[in-house]
Design a protein around this ligand. Sequence first.
Ligand SMILES: Cc1cc2nc3c(=O)[nH]c(=O)nc-3n(C[C@H](O)[C@H](O)[C@H](O)COP(=O)(O)OP(=O)(O)OC[C@H]3O[C@@H](n4cnc5c(N)ncnc54)[C@H](O)[C@@H]3O)c2cc1C
Length: 384
Amino acid sequence: MKVLVIGAGLGGLSLARRLLDAGIDVSVRERDSAVESRFQGYRIGLGGPGLAALRGCLPERLLPLLHAIGGEMTGMGRMVDTQLRVLGEVPPKDEGTLFDRHVLRHLLLAGLDEHVVFDKKLDDYQELSDGRVRVSFADGSTEVADVVVGADGMGSTVRRQLIPSVQIRQMDRVGAIGRTPLTDRFAGLVPGWSTMVNAAELQLFLGKMPFRRVPTEAAAELAPDVTLPDTRSYLRWVMMIPMEYADNALELEGDPVAGLALLQDLVKEWHPDLRALFDQADAGNSGIGPLRISDPVRPWPTRPVTLLGDAAHPAPPGGLGANLAFIDGELLCRKLIAVNDGTEHLIAALADYEQQMCGYAAEALGYAEKFFDSLDEMRHAQQR
Ligand SMILES: Cc1cc2nc3c(=O)[nH]c(=O)nc-3n(C[C@H](O)[C@H](O)[C@H](O)COP(=O)(O)OP(=O)(O)OC[C@H]3O[C@@H](n4cnc5c(N)ncnc54)[C@H](O)[C@@H]3O)c2cc1C
């Protein structure tokens, strides 16, 4: 059986690692020209089954390195006003581990060189009369596989062809995300797992990405064959901005410097430590743009083409997307192993995967919607 995974994000790479381990022929095709080709980094929190699924796709020998590049996610969450007066504290929802997406992606790529090809953007696919699938790429090349897995993220080209009815909606809110090198001054802003600055209509979420060890140094000692980027601990910030404050968000999407200028203007009356966050931000790792969401994706008529991760359950940032992508990879791999062993039929196995995956993903997406509803409630309460 030949499996073709479209997209070398967290989900696609974790699936590919598992399939290779199981001796299944798998190739990954990625649109970007290289792993470094654009802003790829922010912190993600993994816990429970998501973290277990990530660990399960890595060989035992890389687990000490995985631990070293993680950071603790503990302590109280705090809500403050724009002058840093404490408004309240909430216990942590989950204990877990923080990772930087970019560093993690490098780790997941380790040893996959001959299976992952960059600069291969899928254009479309065609089901063949023998049950296989032919995939066409933007460079004019084609490949044939028994199963195609669209792990190509929120804007998935595979999903648009497979389930054209799924609509991605723009929310009435813009998200700005970025990072600032972690100093003692900025670490003091986040004594626990997260701090939320609640302004009249804006919310700013702060979280540390405190690597247990500098990733390059940890790799040199624990797994010298693995190359990790030289990323240092940082403070991650995400600002939720009502659309009326940033109606040119679409133009700002590709212009981090202009995006930062907008943020500096929005916080000009705030506490100096908060203003300094944006003055000292790493512009190359910051961005702004409209937030997008979709209705829950329901099971679709099963084909030899399936979906995984954000492609299957598009969600706005900050939710459980990476956790779900790793869980999808584990479940889908189990199903494909059963097909390869001859104990399950391909279409029945994929149908079962899609049924289960759509179920748990819908719950998670509901959680994300509730989160945004609670921000709206807060905003309206303050307007009253
Ligand atoms: C700011 C922010 C914070 C987040 N925090 C968390 C968190 O704390 N916890 C959590 O669980 N999740 C979090 N998430 C969500 C999480 O990052 C995503 O859900 C996860 O990365 C999805 O992985 P994926 O593999 O499905 O997709 P992606 O990582 O988006 O990968 C898709 C890949 O497919 C490639 N691709 C796209 N189109 C094509 C094509 N046509 N042909 C070939 N390749 C293509 C893309 O270039 C990309 O490399 C956060 C997201 C953001 C933005």
